[in-house]
Design a protein around this ligand. Structure first.
Ligand code: PLP
Length: 429
């Protein structure tokens, strides 16, 4: 049994932690089998409790964009820790990171720090509602904006009507204010605006979706959403929790040259510590407490350890002029080479990729929305996942997730990955 200690630890964990994990995707329910318990990570690799090492393609679901435990970030955290972990007062460091982000990201004047992407998106929607005086929001099927009630909504029966709760505990009252549209379906969005004229506070979108696998916006989709929002007095919220500082330093706003009214961040912004943030122009952000009336707060918001980790990570990225070109090229190489190998094995597939985000869908020609993501062959992905895992490659444990490529991945790790793909045996029987 190769995952002996992980199995034992998982059994033990299930007694004390619901389902044995602190976040559901970690439990391997989608791919089956026992989740692997890690004990350390450095650079491109994670090491599990059975002393097996893996080339890491989740990188903590995005934050470890430099690879794990970067020495400069580590040192900065250690130095800050000597000075105290948290004060509950303002610090100079918070202004330093806010200024650095505002000066280097297009189209934002002010930024408010929180402790998770969930908080960032929840707060951005509250602010949009407070600013516009409207209740409803539009979101897209398959997009994830954290687990706050307004977002745990699935499409109702009938086309593009209002949503239904997607989890027990979310009320019908909440669900009625969230309208659902299909990703890349502009007509549905137009319909929603038409039938809810003057009622929609915000439209929130992952500008490149990463939570139904990697799904790209079609040509001009984001620009047209911008136009619709302008026509209807609705705020456009880019959820850049995944794409922020990853597609470009200025995230999808920069990569697609489309301006959002509010932008949410998470993942990379904390460099591996728990951070989220939301940002926008003065006229909107001024509505937040204590200056404005829209309430939002957090005991550990702007935590000094987290701010140091985030700031050092962002500076390392910003000061490295070849950074994005390098991780994008690594990802492109993986896309082309994996594609070639799968083709040589006659395994039909589609690889979606943008920047350093990618995912493989099996037995489908293209994926541009959640319905199509569901039509992919997930049983085959699960086989592929376990094959790669046995060969020391840690992919996301679900066919509905994105692979996050880090800057620590070099030729050696790419070769190791491709060798594992070459060994994948699959018969159509
Ligand atoms: C991860 C994620 C979130 C939620 O962030 P948490 O820190 O897990 O709360 C929100 N939106 C997107 C696009 C994400 O990928």
């Amino acid at each position: 049994m190769i995952y002996q200690r992980s199995s034992a630890l998982f059994s033990e964990a299930q007694h004390y932690i619901p389902g044995g994990v602190n976040s559901p995707v970690r439990a391997f329910k989608s791919v089956g089998g026992v989740p692997i318990f890690m004990k350390s990570a450095k650079g491109a690799y994670m090491t599990d409790e059975d002393d097996r090492t893996y080339v890491d393609y989740i990188n903590s679901w995005g934050p470890a964009i430099l690879g794990h435990t970067h020495p400069v970030v580590l040192q900065a955290i250690q130095q800050q820790a000597e000075k105290g972990f948290s004060y509950g007062t303002p610090t100079e460091l918070e202004t330093e990171i806010a200024k650095f982000i505002v000066e280097n990201v297009p189209n934002i004047d002010q930024i408010r720090m929180v402790s998770s992407g969930t908080e960032a998106c929840m707060s951005a929607v509250r602010l949009a509602r407070g600013f516009t005086g409207r209740d409803k929001i539009i979101k897209f099927e398959g997009c994830y904006h954290g687990h706050s009630d307004s977002f745990l909504i699935k499409a109702g029966s009938g086309a593009a009507t209002f949503g239904n709760p997607n989890s027990p505990g979310v009320t019908q009252g909440t669900a009625k204010d969230t309208l659902l549209a299909r990703y890349n379906d502009l007509e549905q969005v137009e319909d929603l605006f038409r039938h809810n004229e003057g009622e929609i506070a915000a439209l929130i979108i992952e500008p490149v979706a990463g939570n139904m696998g990697c799904v790209l916006p079609e040509q001009d989709f984001l620009r047209k959403l911008r136009e619709l929002c302008d026509q209807h007095g609705t705020l456009l919220i880019f959820d850049e929790v995944m794409t922020g500082f990853r597609l470009a330093f200025g995230g999808a706003q920069e990569a697609y040259n489309v301006k959002a009214d509010l932008v949410t961040y998470g993942k990379v912004i904390g460099g591996g510590l728990p951070v989220g943030a939301f940002a926008g122009r003065n006229e909107i952000m001024d509505h937040l407490a204590p200056k404005g009336a829209v309430y939002q707060a957090g005991t550990l918001s702007g935590n000094p350890l987290a701010m140091r980790a985030g700031l050092e990570t962002l500076k390392l990225i910003k000061n490295d002029t070849g950074f994005y070109e390098r991780i994008n090229r690594t990802t492109e190489t993986l896309d082309f080479e994996i594609g070639k190998i799968l083709n040589s094995k006659d395994i039909a597939h589609r690889i979606n990729r943008k920047g350093s985000m990618m995912s493989i869908f099996f037995h489908i020609a293209s994926v541009s929305n959640f319905d199509e993501a569901q039509q992919a062959n997930h049983a085959l992905f699960n086989n592929f996942f376990h094959h790669m895992l046995k060969n020391g490659i840690y992919l996301p444990p679900s066919g509905y997730e994105t692979y996050f490529i880090s800057d620590a991945l070099r030729d050696e790790e790419i070769d190791r990955t491709l060798d594992a793909v070459r060994k994948f045996e699959y018969s159509n029987k």
